[in-house]
Design a binder for this molecule. Sequence first.
Ligand code: HEC
Length: 119
Amino acid sequence: MGVRRTVLAALGALVLGGCGAGAGPGGSATQAGEELFTAQGCGGCHTLAEAGSTGTVGPDLDQALADRDPAFIRESIVEPGARDAPGFPDNVMPRDYASRLSSEELARLVDYLAATAGR
Ligand code: HEC
């Protein structure tokens, strides 16, 4: 009897764990990235069709990131002053995303943008 109980408990944990992670199959990783994009206020300043945002304070990410690799995207988020986007103000994008976001959140956001911007 004891063994059977243990197996059932393990199965239950698997099922529960599978739902909460947010990176499971079928678009939930994209959804988690979009939630971060919205919750962090990125959409208030940036246009991104996938997220339905139309901000114009910063560059249109569908154009700016269409051909960019994840390393560029990551750097643009954690160190917005490192490069100049021509025609946009230098000191507007918050400088503290590196401390506001966990490394998992940052990775998820970068993956999301790499997968969706300009697509
Ligand atoms: C208060 C407005 C504001 C917010 C909020 C904001 N940004 Fe920005 N962002 C800007 C501006 C302005 C620039 C141009 C910066 C420069 O030229 O130095 C920029 C630049 C960028 C770039 C580089 C684009 C390029 O052409 O080089 C990326 C990528 C980016 N932002 C992504 C994000 C993401 C992701 C978030 C949310 C985590 C975010 N931004 C939040 C205003 C904002």
